[in-house]
Every structure is written in C-alpha cells, then in structure tokens.
Design a protein around this ligand. Structure first.
Ligand code: FEO
Ligand code: CA
Ligand code: CA
Length: 640
C-alpha cells in the first residue's frame, strides 16, 4: 500500500521526494566501519576513542552543591504501551489536547470527526512542539508551537486527506502555528484559562513583519506585498526559544512542504537553485498539502518569492496580544529547529541554531547591540553577525563569519540563501542538528544530532553522498559513524568561557547506540549508554536551572532489531559532569516527546506529546490527539 505525501513525516517525505540510491544493509556496514582504517583513525584522534566514549568529557561546574543528588528519581524502565509513564513519586495529567478551546465560542471537538473549518482558529493547535512559559503581571502564559497537521484526521470527508476546497486548506492553515494561552493552577491541577485576554492563535494567515538585511529586498516582494516587509503566517513551527526580555521565538522548519506549482516554474538561476537547496518542489503535482491548488499565494508558478518569506526565526511578544510577530531575517533562512540564547561577556545577544536536514549546518548569531535589562530591545535581533560552525578533528572548532567577503554574497542573499553561504565557507556537515541548549550553570552548549541514515553512504559509483548543496557527507569527527541511525549529542565550550568567542573546544556528550545488539562496535554507543537507558534519535533538549540536561527523543520505537530494548520515545535526564543519563518519562507508542518548560515556581513540568500512534489520551472511541501533559512530584518539591 503506498503512503500519501502528507501521511509521511517531513523527513520521510523528503527522502521519497528526493530519492538517493539504496544504502547498504546495516549490519554489513557496521562490520566494515569498525575495520576501516579511516574510522579507527578518526576515533584515535579523540585519544583512543576515549573522549568519544565519555571518559575525557569536560569537567564542568554546576549549580548543585556537593552531596546533593543530581537525580531524585529511580530510572524508569522502557515502555511499549499507549500511555505516559513517569517514575515512582511523580504523577502526570493532561493539560490540553489539540482541539481544546482557548475561547468559549470555539466549536466543541468531535472525537470522531475533529473540527469544522469555522472556529478552527479558536482552539489549541495540532501537533504540539516547542514551548516556553512566561510570567506576565503574575499570569502564567504558555506559548506553544503546532508544527504540522494530520490532514487525514482533520479532513475526514475527503478520501485521502488531500484538501478538496479552499475551505479545507483554511482548516489546515488554522490548526498550525502558535498558541498563546493563560494557565492557572487550581485544586484539580493546571488548566487553560478560557477567554483570557492573553489567549491568541497565530497561524498561516496571521499578519507579521519582516525585518533585518533581507527586508524590502526584491526577492521578498510579492504582488500582495510590493514592499517585501509584510508577511502572512508562520510555518512548520518546530522548536522554540526565548529572549532575556520575555519574548518567544518560534522556529520555521520544513516550510518547503507548503509550496507547490500548478504550472511549469521559470525563474532566475539563484531562485531555482534556492528551490533545489531548500527542497521546494517545482513539479506540477498536489505535493504534500496541495495548498497551491486552492490558495495562489503558495503557487510558486505565480508567486516564486513567497517561499523566500518563510524559514526564519519569528519573535512573538506574549504580553502584547495585538502586536504583530516579527520575522528576523538577520538570523538566516534555513530549516530552523530551535533558538537557544546566551549573552556574551559584554552583554551582546547570542542565538545558537541548528538546520535540521542531513548534512546541513550549525549556526551562531551575535547581535551588534548590547542587552540592558529594561532597555530598548526592539532592534536587538535585527542587526548582528551570523556564523556557521567548523569542527576540527583535534576537538577544537571555529565559528566562521558569513560576511560578503567570505561568501561572495551580499547581506540580503546571505540572509535568504544562508545554506549556500555556509557551504561557501566550508561549514562542517552535521547529522541533522535538532535542538541546542545552553547550560545556565557552566559556559557550554549542547546540540542534538538526531541521526543521518546517509552519513558516509555511497552511491552506485562508490561516491560518498552529499547534502542538497553538494557538500559531501563523509564521516567527520563530531559525526563519526556511517549510516548513523542512533544519533549523538555534541557539546562545545567557547574559548575563555565567552559565548562571543569565535573558537571553541568540543566533545561528544553521548553517542546513542545499542550495546546489547552491537557490543564492541561504535554502534554500541558511548560509555554512558547501557541496557537500562537505551534510546535513539535525541531531538528536543532543555537544560534546567541546576544544569540537568533533559533529552527528548523522536526515533524508531519498534523496540526490535537495532532498536530492541529502547521502547517508546521518551525523555531522559543527563548529568553534565558525570555523563550519567537516566530515563525519566516515556510517551505513548507512535508519539514523539517534544517540548519542555516549567511553571514559574519550578514545581510543574509541561511536556509535549506529538502525533501519538494510538488513541491517546482519551482511549478508544476517540481520535489520537497530540497533548501537553503536566508532571509534578507527589511531594510538590522542585523539578529543576
Ligand atoms: Fe521539527 Fe527537526 O524537528
Ligand atoms: Ca524536533
Ligand atoms: Ca526529529
């Protein structure tokens, strides 16, 4: 049975849309990888592989006092069922599900048929992802991304979930984007404050502003917006970030999937090359969601510049429900995962970002202006310098500035075709950079490199495969395994402990793997992986105020073969000093665990459950619904 484009994950869709030759059989390749001189040489460069395996990790300071246990819980066993599990001494509850009302005039959710189009922008969006909590005037405001829709579930009147009218498209557009909602904790726990004046839905048609070096450029102008400075909608909102001044950053990831062509596309060379590099399909076909069949804005045959207005970091002020979100082109255009801020020693704003696609890059942006508490922050994310990461085999690395001199591109083109600029300076191809987290207790940051099934793979002619820009994806020091189905987390420390420094030292905090299946090979994982804490495909990540690293997964949950013993996707806690990793929570089968934030009193954790594969959380006779759950300690103690 063939799978329709919108039934696939963005990743699998991309794989199908841009096929590469078949890869070798996994076990055979493992055997080859460990006997290959090249791989061993690479491992030796870390010091007999010890650094990779965890024994030469940075020794960092943390906020925990001596003698205070890092983990207040016993490790949870892997789970394979259809619900959420937390360790003994903790409990969980559903906070909000896709389709729950933010306003009292919202239509009631139909457990079998979801929503009508009317009022679909008045409810909590689908497929919850990154989120952050803000306390505004004593009110707890949760801001949450809704990454993508499940059309088959949302459009039950269609045979295959493909929109058949403008009304269908509007429904899909309404249930994605960002939800802002006030929360309050009462005797029955946390709940959404329906009709709060702070509640807000931002979706694919919400007016927003473009600023930074690309704003007003010809490549951003459309018939509807001849100024190139006003845009409608934010797309494929994946991970999140926040600023020190209390605004939310939503990160546009697989924006390419919303655009398509109703006729042959003819545009200039740079535009056509951009479509190819970013995966915007020029084929005349319904594509992933067929927006373009009913909404001309998404038809690149008539609106070739519309995709240039997506793929950015977007700033939203939860305290101002009427303020237009701002798309910051200065921070570059790529498949943004999340945005993790730090401050330089002289108080400039640093934003670390990953581009989640096989063989794409990691980025850092540094503002020109400095942040002062209570000062004017309105232009801080509009003007600064973008860098991309280059990792060396000797555990050093550099942030290479994407300047016109270095790239041969002007500032607007660097902002719009950022991937091309980073390729021009020889950035290190990575195994799909997902979330980055900055440790608030030590000068270091971490990036989840989720997996890369094509790393080191060869085509029929024996050539190592490349990313969409032609950068060859041979194994390299931070991405040392061929056909990497497990993923790893890279960590770096800026020189002098200053996030403004252009050089850094790095190591691998963990390489996921399976020692029960692949003992004695790099696919067993690093030393901090054992039979008790198996996982694959690290993705979401936050570091709490004590320095504990919370790792969420979006991987294979078959629990067999290479993935035996891993169970469902999960959330684990990591110690930045000892490297110990313990499983804390598991999600329902088929789901991804993504998005994590805390109540202001740090006694509640909010965790996202995306695309459950079973009728979670309401059981049989209900559709599967993505949801946010609240986790508390039974003794109501602090949770990080
Ligand atoms: Fe939306 Fe890369 O995860
Ligand atoms: Ca993710
Ligand atoms: Ca992922």
């Amino acid at each position: 049975m063939s799978t329709l484009p919108h039934e696939l994950s963005a990743d699998d869709w991309d794989e199908q849309k841009f096929p590469r030759p078949e890869v070798q059989e996994f076990d055979h390749v493992v055997e080859r990888a460990i006997s290959r001189r090249g791989f061993l040489g690479g491992a030796l460069a870390f010091g007999s592989g010890a650094a990779v395996m965890g024994t030469a990790m940075f020794k960092g300071s943390t906020a925990l006092a001596d003698g205070h246990a890092r983990f207040a819980f016993e490790q949870l066993a892997a789970q394979t069922d259809g619900t959420v599990h937390v360790p003994e001494g903790y409990s969980w509850k559903v906070l909000v599900r896709w389709g729950d009302p933010l306003f009292s005039d919202a239509p009631a959710f139909d457990a079998q048929n979801a929503h009508p189009s009317e009022g679909s922008d008045r409810v909590f969006g689908e497929n919850t992802d990154g989120m952050e909590l803000f306390n505004v005037d004593g009110k707890e405001l949760l801001v949450v991304n809704s990454e993508y829709p499940n059309p088959k579930i949302n459009l039950p009147h269609t045979e295959d979930g493909m929109p058949t009218s403008a009304e269908d498209v509007k429904l899909l557009q309404n249930i994605q984007g960002v939800s802002v909602m006030e929360l309050a904790e009462g005797a029955d726990g946390w709940a959404v404050v329906v009709d709060s004046p702070y509640n807000r839905r931002i979706h694919h048609n919400t007016p927003m502003v473009l600023d930074g070096p690309a704003a007003g450029h010809d490549l951003l102008k459309t018939d509807a917006d001849p100024t190139g400075t006003q845009s409608l909608g934010t797309f494929n909102n994946c991970g999140s970030g926040r600023t020190p001044w209390g605004t939310y950053l939503t990160c546009e990831e697989n924006f390419n999937g919303y655009f398509g062509a109703t006729a042959e596309v003819a545009s200039d060379e740079a535009v056509m090359a951009g479509f190819k590099r970013y995966g915007v399909s020029t084929d005349v076909e319904p594509g992933r969601y067929n927006y373009h069949g009913f909404d001309a804005r998404f038809d690149i045959a008539t609106n070739p510049n519309e995709p240039h207005r997506a793929g950015y970091i977007v700033e939203i002020d939860p305290a101002k429900p009427d303020a237009a979100p701002v798309k910051h082109t200065a921070l570059g255009r790529f498949k943004h995962e999340n945005a993790a801020y730090a401050l330089t020693n002289d108080n400039r704003v640093v934003v670390y970002m990953g581009d989640d696609e096989r063989g794409e890059f990691m980025y850092k942006w540094v503002s020109n202006g400095t942040y002062t508490e209570g000062g004017d922050t309105s232009g801080l994310l509009s003007d600064g310098q973008l860098y991309t990461a280059k990792f060396n085999d000797d555990l050093s690395g550099e942030w290479v500035a994407l300047t016109p001199d270095a790239t041969g591109m002007d500032a607007a083109h660097i902002a719009i075709f950022t991937r091309t600029a980073a390729s021009a300076v020889g950035a290190t191809t990575m195994d799909r950079p997902e979330w980055i987290a900055v440790n608030p207790t030590a000068p270091e940051a971490y990036c989840c490199l989720t997996n890369n099934s094509r790393r080191g793979a060869t085509d029929d002619d024996g050539n190592v495969k490349a990313n969409k820009g032609g950068d060859v994806m041979s194994v390299n020091a931070p991405n040392p395994r061929e056909l990497n189905n497990y993923g790893q987390i890279v960590r770096w420390r800026p020189e002098g402990g200053d996030h403004g420094a252009s050089s850094f030292a790095w190591d691998l905090y963990v390489m996921a793997g399976n020692p029960d299946v692949h003992a004695g090979t790099p696919y067993a994982g690093s030393e901090n992986i054992n039979s008790g804490n198996l996982f694959n495909s690290p993705d979401g990540m936050q570091i709490d105020t004590t320095g504990t690293i919370w790792i969420q997964t979006d991987g294979k949950d078959s629990n067999e073969g290479d993935f035996a013993g891993m169970g469902n996707n999960q959330m684990l806690a990591g110690d930045p000093v000892t490297g110990e990793i313990r499983r804390f929570m598991t999600g329902p089968n088929g789901s991804e665990v993504t998005g994590l934030t805390w109540s202001s009193d740090r006694r509640s954790m909010f965790v996202g459950i995306q695309h459950p594969g079973v009728p979670f959380p309401d059981g049989e006779n209900s559709l599967p619904r993505s949801a946010i759950v609240v986790i508390k300690r039974d003794d109501n103690e602090l949770l990080g």
